[in-house]
Design a protein around this ligand. Structure first.
Ligand SMILES: [Zn+2]
Length: 103
Protein backbone atom coordinates (compact mmCIF):
# COMPACT_ATOMS: atom_id res chain seq x y z
CA UNK A 1 0.00 0.00 0.00
CA UNK A 2 1.29 3.45 -0.95
CA UNK A 3 -0.57 5.27 1.78
CA UNK A 4 0.70 5.66 5.32
CA UNK A 5 -0.66 7.02 8.57
CA UNK A 6 -0.91 10.85 8.64
CA UNK A 7 -1.03 11.12 4.85
CA UNK A 8 -3.79 13.23 3.34
CA UNK A 9 -6.07 11.46 0.91
CA UNK A 10 -9.03 12.28 -1.33
CA UNK A 11 -11.91 9.87 -1.72
CA UNK A 12 -12.58 8.93 -5.35
CA UNK A 13 -15.77 6.90 -5.07
CA UNK A 14 -18.66 6.12 -2.77
CA UNK A 15 -20.73 8.47 -0.65
CA UNK A 16 -17.70 10.45 0.55
CA UNK A 17 -16.43 11.10 -2.98
CA UNK A 18 -14.42 14.30 -3.32
CA UNK A 19 -13.76 14.70 0.39
CA UNK A 20 -10.31 14.95 1.86
CA UNK A 21 -9.01 13.79 5.15
CA UNK A 22 -6.04 12.67 7.16
CA UNK A 23 -5.30 8.98 7.48
CA UNK A 24 -5.45 7.92 11.12
CA UNK A 25 -4.86 4.18 10.69
CA UNK A 26 -3.97 1.72 7.94
CA UNK A 27 -4.80 -1.95 7.73
CA UNK A 28 -2.49 -3.27 5.00
CA UNK A 29 -3.69 -6.86 5.21
CA UNK A 30 -7.27 -5.77 4.53
CA UNK A 31 -6.18 -3.01 2.11
CA UNK A 32 -8.28 -0.56 4.10
CA UNK A 33 -7.69 2.61 6.01
CA UNK A 34 -9.36 4.97 8.45
CA UNK A 35 -9.68 8.60 7.45
CA UNK A 36 -10.38 11.22 10.06
CA UNK A 37 -14.05 12.33 10.05
CA UNK A 38 -14.86 10.36 6.90
CA UNK A 39 -17.15 7.38 6.46
CA UNK A 40 -18.59 7.93 9.91
CA UNK A 41 -20.91 5.31 11.30
CA UNK A 42 -23.18 5.57 14.28
CA UNK A 43 -22.80 3.02 17.00
CA UNK A 44 -25.42 2.56 19.61
CA UNK A 45 -23.76 1.83 22.88
CA UNK A 46 -24.97 0.79 26.26
CA UNK A 47 -23.72 2.58 29.34
CA UNK A 48 -20.51 1.07 30.62
CA UNK A 49 -17.55 2.05 32.70
CA UNK A 50 -15.84 4.08 29.98
CA UNK A 51 -19.01 5.68 28.74
CA UNK A 52 -21.42 6.24 31.57
CA UNK A 53 -24.25 7.62 29.50
CA UNK A 54 -24.28 5.23 26.59
CA UNK A 55 -26.17 6.45 23.56
CA UNK A 56 -24.96 7.05 20.04
CA UNK A 57 -21.28 7.34 19.27
CA UNK A 58 -20.00 8.28 15.86
CA UNK A 59 -16.78 6.74 14.69
CA UNK A 60 -14.85 6.28 11.50
CA UNK A 61 -15.20 3.04 9.60
CA UNK A 62 -12.50 1.78 7.25
CA UNK A 63 -12.49 2.78 3.58
CA UNK A 64 -11.03 0.58 0.86
CA UNK A 65 -7.62 1.84 -0.20
CA UNK A 66 -8.82 1.39 -3.78
CA UNK A 67 -11.31 4.23 -3.23
CA UNK A 68 -8.86 6.89 -2.15
CA UNK A 69 -5.90 8.63 -3.70
CA UNK A 70 -2.93 10.05 -1.91
CA UNK A 71 -2.61 13.83 -1.90
CA UNK A 72 0.98 14.97 -2.29
CA UNK A 73 2.09 17.09 0.65
CA UNK A 74 4.38 19.08 -1.64
CA UNK A 75 2.21 19.92 -4.66
CA UNK A 76 -1.19 19.38 -2.94
CA UNK A 77 -2.57 17.31 -5.82
CA UNK A 78 -3.96 13.78 -5.90
CA UNK A 79 -1.06 11.68 -7.06
CA UNK A 80 0.53 8.31 -7.34
CA UNK A 81 3.94 7.66 -5.96
CA UNK A 82 6.82 5.51 -7.03
CA UNK A 83 9.17 3.78 -4.69
CA UNK A 84 12.76 4.77 -5.10
CA UNK A 85 15.62 2.80 -3.71
CA UNK A 86 18.04 4.84 -1.70
CA UNK A 87 20.48 1.99 -1.35
CA UNK A 88 20.50 -0.45 1.51
CA UNK A 89 17.10 -0.97 3.11
CA UNK A 90 15.72 2.50 2.72
CA UNK A 91 13.13 3.26 0.11
CA UNK A 92 11.33 6.56 -0.26
CA UNK A 93 8.11 7.57 -1.94
CA UNK A 94 8.39 10.00 -4.83
CA UNK A 95 5.44 12.00 -6.18
CA UNK A 96 4.84 11.41 -9.88
CA UNK A 97 3.51 14.95 -10.30
CA UNK A 98 6.28 17.02 -8.84
CA UNK A 99 9.03 14.43 -8.30
CA UNK A 100 9.43 15.50 -4.70
CA UNK A 101 10.27 12.97 -2.03
CA UNK A 102 7.35 12.50 0.33
CA UNK A 103 8.69 10.73 3.39
ZN1 LIG B 1 3.74 16.28 -5.63
Amino acid sequence: MQIKKNDNVIVTSGKEKGKRGRVIAVYPSANRLLVEKLNMIKRHTRPNQQLRQGGIVEKESPISAANVRLICSKCDKPTTVSRQDQGGDSRVRVCKNCNETLD
